[in-house]
Design a binder for this molecule. Structure first.
Ligand code: ADP
Ligand code: MG
Length: 362
């Protein structure tokens, strides 16, 4: 109860926005549930309001969403208070009654503009992961190009994404749509941040809204279709606040759904050939045939691996295969056998001492 009062009061005293405050610019994305544009502030008053929201002047990102935007605003407000650094900086969300036409209303969501590169965009480049290295460090490492250097860059991205995910999960939020398209690079903080809370579920207060039309992205979805077991009462069709025992979280480990998706991103970063849609889909088919056993998949493809695939395994095998070990503990059939975000951050893969870290963990 207190949480809702505080949230309401906090929001009440923040300046409000309306659609006339923004001049829409370049389109950044468009999905089934809305359109996303870069936007500038329409007048000095709007700029003042942005400042009062705790942000220096600059462009913003506007998402015009369908009725599902209500839940997305709720999730962004929650993240803003509980784990702000995990996601893109949210400024404000409001409802607009649409001009005549289909659909009674739409929701506008406003973020600070932090940059327009998604991890997807960056991974499409032939330069990946070196294009990320310059972004994160602002400079290049004094190391020859090669798998060791690439591994270090991928390690940094993975650490940032696990950190962001741990923030969400510790808050009680499961994202459910983790994929490179839903990760942006924030130029100011030089970190990757998660976006698109449109499919997220907040299990601690029981806000868990899955619109019927919403399908989890099959390319990144873990084999379990639902984040809660079928024994769990079905999700409410409208956002409601109920008390949902944290015990359910423990039992079902819904956070491990995101871990599986992040494991696939890890895989794509290490294996260039798996970065295309068609190859990822083919990989998923192969993995399913191997009963979601990555080791079995490796045994299947490694003997006839081309140079590109070979290179992926070589990256994963560095430091006695500590990367491969982390990957296989993320991509597992059973949710409860997958590592948590917090445990993954403590995994020796992220330890510079490598093997030394292994003995510490045991
Ligand atoms: P959808 O539900 O359509 O997937 P998203 O919130 O993922 O909506 O936004 C669609 C696209 O818009 C993203 O993949 C990204 O390219 C861009 N985008 C969304 N939010 C931001 C943001 N805060 N900063 C930069 N780009 C963004
Ligand atoms: Mg998206």
């Amino acid at each position: 109860f207190d949480m809702f009062v505080l949230a309401f009061a906090e929001r009440l005293f923040r300046p409000t926005f309306r659609k006339d405050d923004f001049v829409l610019g370049k389109k950044l994305g468009e999905g089934a549930f809305g359109v996303v544009c870069k936007a500038s502030l329409a007048n000095p008053e709007a700029a003042e309001k942005v400042k009062a929201n705790g942000v220096m002047q600059g462009d913003v990102v506007v998402k015009k969403a369908t009725e599902y935007g209500a839940v997305e605003i709720w999730m962004n407000e929650r993240v803003r208070r509980a784990c702000a650094s995990s996601c893109a900086d949210f400024l404000y969300g409001f409802r607009e009654s649409k001009a005549k036409g289909k659909g009674a209303e739409e929701y506008w969501l406003i973020w600070r503009f932090e940059g327009e590169d998604t991890l997807y965009d960056l991974m499409q480049s032939k330069e990946f992961p070196y294009n990320v290295e310059t972004k994160i460090l602002g400079d290049v490492q004094d190391l020859p190009k090669g798998i060791s250097r690439e591994n270090k860059i991928i390690q940094t991205v993975m650490r940032q994404l696990l950190f962001a995910l741990d923030g969400l999960h510790s808050t009680g939020i499961v994202h459910r749509d983790i994929k490179p398209q839903n990760v942006i690079f924030s130029e100011g903080s030089r970190t990757f941040k998660i976006i698109d809370l449109g499919a997220a579920a907040d299990l601690r207060v029981g806000i868990n809204y899955i619109p019927k039309e919403f399908l989890l992205d099959p390319r990144y979805a873990a084999p379990e279709q639902y984040i809660m077991s079928t024994q769990t009462p079905s999700a409410p069709s409208v956002p409601v606040a109920t008390t949902l025992s944290p015990v359910l979280w423990q039992l079902n480990l819904p956070d491990r759904f995101d871990i599986y998706s992040l494991g696939l991103i890890f895989l794509q970063m290490a294996f260039p050939s798996l970065r295309t849609d068609s190859n990822l889909i083919q990989f998923n088919r192969q993995l399913k045939r191997c009963d979601y056993d990555l080791v079995a998949w490796r045994n299947l493809v490694e003997p006839r691996a081309n140079a590109e695939l070979r290179r992926g395994f070589d990256i994963m095998d560095l430091d006695d295969g500590i990367g491969w070990e982390l990957l296989t503990s993320m991509v597992r059939y059973k949710a409860r056998q997958r590592i948590s975000a917090k445990a993954a951050l403590a995994h020796p893969y992220f330890n510079r001492e490598g093997l030394l870290g292994l003995s510490v963990m045991q």
